[in-house]
Design a protein around this ligand. Structure first.
Ligand code: PA5
Length: 341
């Protein structure tokens, strides 16, 4: 369970996003789980797979992007009902579902259980807590929206995965301090969140990530969708250079604003692609924005930009006069599907 920042208001997305850094250091990690993971590391395993949907899937994307350079074994992300055949009993399956009741995650988890895979679950309750408590299980605090729980989920899953693959631990306290310092300087190293949000009032943001900024672009798209209740897209370089750039024709470009997310240490090929794409977009009148993360390590850079873009989505929600917390359509869809059985 976690020690929560007392000033954080669960019914206020601005407060939740403001406490992003505090949430990073509020998990009490269960030593039994860590010991179990040390055992997996020592005895060996076939691969590692994350299950999860929506807000609960993002953490797997960040962790796999961060650790794939250190991992000698495959790390796979499954956002679906079924598992690929290669996930066998030798694999470790980490199921993440904030509610513990997500149909796709439950279905894939059942398959993993039937195959005899090594299961770890992270949830705040629901069917996952009930059915899978005999496996290592990290219980997190109830009452948040899954997307707002991202820093909590990350601070639990990152050390678990680092233990499994035998990587050095990330120092969460230091990371949290850097995020607080970076957020105090929004408006200096990066635009103020409200001034960027203003640009998204009239144009659809297209967040473009490269290398370890790819999950950050995806998270930004989903935060704008769910918090600000408006359309946004995420894409990635180099792939976007092979298709998406042809998509803006016959004045469609006026509807979009490309937002390049950069970490500053891109390879030469990526830098060149970013530069050329940016100029091509400028030439057709698109006014792209380029955001450069602050920080030293990849995780610090990913999170300074994530925290900032989360706040941009809250500003945008307020400007649009919508409730950043509500997800009425997602809830309605789940209700209707549950009735169908
Ligand atoms: O943000 C949301 O509410 C959704 O994207 C959910 O995360 C998604 O539907 C999956 O639910 P859960 O996170 O409870 O597994």
């Amino acid at each position: 369970m976690s020690k929560f920042p007392v000033t954080m208001k669960l019914d206020d997305m601005r407060s939740l996003v403001s406490h992003f850094p505090d949430m990073l250091r509020s998990i009490d990690l269960d030593h039994n789980i860590i010991d179990e993971c040390k055992g997996y590391h020592e005895r060996g395993y076939g691969g590692l797979c994350f299950l999860g949907m929506g807000g609960s899937s993002i953490v797997g994307l960040y962790v796999s992007e961060l650790l794939r350079r250190d991992s000698l074994l495959p790390i796979s992300i499954i956002k679906d009902y079924t598992l690929p055949r290669f996930v066998t009993k030798d694999w470790i399956v980490i199921a993440v579902s904030y509610s513990g009741n997500t149909a796709e995650t439950l279905s894939a988890l059942k398959e993993a259980d039937e195959r005899g895979s090594k299961i770890i679950t992270i949830t705040s309750g629901g069917q996952i807590q009930e059915t899978y408590s005999h496996y290592p299980q990290l219980l997190i605090r109830k009452g948040l929206q899954p997307r707002a729980a991202f820093p909590l989920l990350l601070s639990g899953i990152l050390p678990i995965t680092e233990t499994i693959i035998g990587a050095e631990y990330t120092k969460m306290d230091k990371l949290a301090e850097s995020l607080v310092a970076a957020s105090k300087k929004w408006g200096e190293w990066i635009h103020r969140p409200d001034s960027l949000a203003c640009k998204f009032l009239k144009r659809i943001p297209l967040f473009i990530g490269a290398e370890y900024m790819k999950p950050v672009a995806y998270r930004a798209k989903t935060q704008v969708n769910e918090n600000a209740k408006t359309i946004a897209f995420g894409s990635e370089i180099p792939e976007a250079a092979h298709n998406e750039i042809e998509g803006f024709q016959e004045n469609q470009q006026a509807a979009f604003i490309p937002v390049f997310l950069k970490h500053g240490d891109e390879s030469k090929q990526i830098q060149q692609k970013q530069d050329v794409m940016q100029s091509l977009y400028e030439e057709i009148g698109m006014n792209p924005v380029s955001l450069r993360a602050l920080g030293k390590s990849p995780i610090e850079k990913m999170l300074t930009l994530t925290h900032y873009l989360d706040m941009v989505s809250v500003e945008l929600a307020e400007m649009r006069g919508v409730d950043a917390l509500a997800v009425n359509r997602i809830t309605e869809l789940k209700k209707r599907l549950a009735k169908r059985g």
